[in-house]
Design a protein around this ligand. Structure first.
Ligand SMILES: [Zn+2]
Length: 368
């Protein structure tokens, strides 16, 4: 049985995002590998806290977790799961970065680690049509890359081990501790030839076009990860990831609600009275719908499967067509006479049946 994420961080379900962050920082420092060298239990706790934080710090994942518990991440969506130490430091390093060093390497003491480039974040704006079909976007990203002609060699301060040994005399005797090499920040490599215009690690900024495949059904606020397309690392380090934040462009006629789409259809007074067949736009194509004679304003027609596909590929939302009957704002003489004659006519007198639910009844149904 997996431990509850709120319990892992020692917080209540109503904890605010800053409380979540604070709780995680506390746990991360308590179980940090630098403080607990060789302690497997501490390492497991450290990883578990990071996993809990990864989920609870992300509003989308948090709400999925609140609804479904750990089962929310067992469908292979790539959320949660086991994280390795490198992931934890690269993702959340900034949270405890001030407590522990490691900017160049992104690593931690007590172990040699390959340096890792930092992650980059970009926003991508998508139309509902693009979300419906899925889309491949080519985006210019100003990445940090190794400058042409840069050369790296073995760090002379640590002989490439990334660690330096320190011997200190204490009242308990001589103690030997190892710590991350200051010169190379643990990567074991140092720069030999620094090309003009590059930074102290031999890196330059370069605009590169990255192609991003966006699956259909994504939502505002979701984040996709393109592995290895973030900033490059110096020497033989590994590149960071490109994190793509999804933004939705408002659609001129459709309003999205999860995977359903809402659409306001306006029909004339005569069309409502006589009944009509109408063509309705979809995100992809059109569909013809039939409105019975005597249809009431406020009626909603549900077109099953005409909404957006769900991200995990199970099912498609519906299109909800809300019927609005347009009352004429001006009448000519002839029309005026006609309606005046109809005012006491039985057919024109409102006589709502139980099937013609009022707005308030519909709202009441929604909450029951
Ligand atoms: Zn070194």
């Amino acid at each position: 049985m997996k431990k509850d994420y709120y319990e892992v961080l020692g917080i209540s379900k109503n904890a605010s995002s800053s409380e979540i962050k604070k709780a995680y920082r506390k746990k991360a420092i308590q179980y940090h590998p630098d403080k607990n060298p060789g302690d497997k239990e501490a390492e497991a706790q450290f990883k578990l806290a990071a996993e809990a934080y990864e989920v609870l710090s992300d509003p989308q994942k948090k709400s999925q977790y609140d609804q479904f518990g750990h089962a929310a991440f067992e469908g292979g969506q790539g959320f949660g799961g086991s994280m390795n130490m490198e992931d934890i430091f690269s993702q959340f390093g900034d949270i405890f970065g001030s407590a522990f060093g490691g900017s160049f390497s992104g690593g931690f003491g007590g172990r040699t680690s390959r340096s890792r480039g930092s992650d980059m974040r970009i926003r991508v704006k998508l139309s509902l049509e693009e979300i419906s079909n899925g889309v491949e976007k080519k985006i210019k990203v100003p990445r940090k890359v190794q400058a042409p002609g840069v050369n790296y060699g073995t760090c002379s301060a640590c002989n490439g081990s990334g660690q330096v040994m320190k011997i200190t005399n204490t009242i308990l005797g001589r103690m030997q501790t190892s710590s991350t090499c200051d010169v190379c920040s643990g990567s074991g490599k140092s720069i030999i030839n620094k090309p003009l215009g590059s930074d102290q690690h031999g890196m330059i900024k370069k605009e590169e076009t990255v192609s991003i495949k966006i699956p259909s059904g994504v939502e505002e606020g979701m984040q996709l990860k393109v592995e290895g397309k973030g900033n490059e690392a110096p020497a033989d380090g590994i590149s960071g990831d490109l994190l793509v934040l999804i933004e939705e462009i408002d659609h001129p006629i459709f309003v999205r609600e999860n995977n359903h789409l809402h659409f306001d259809l306006y029909i004339s007074f005569s069309e409502a009275a006589l009944g009509i067949s109408k063509e309705v736009n979809l995100l992809n194509g059109k569909v013809r719908i039939k409105l019975e004679s005597g249809i009431q304003s406020g009626k909603t027609l549900r077109l099953r499967g005409k909404g957006l596909p769900s991200l995990n590929g199970y099912g498609t939302g519906d299109l909800l067509v809300h019927v609005n009957v347009w009352t004429p704002k001006t009448l000519n003489k002839e029309q005026k006479v006609f309606f005046e004659n109809m005012i006491d006519d039985d057919n024109f007198r409102p006589d709502p049946q139980s099937s013609d639910k009022s707005f308030f009844q519909k709202v009441k149904d929604m909450f029951n």
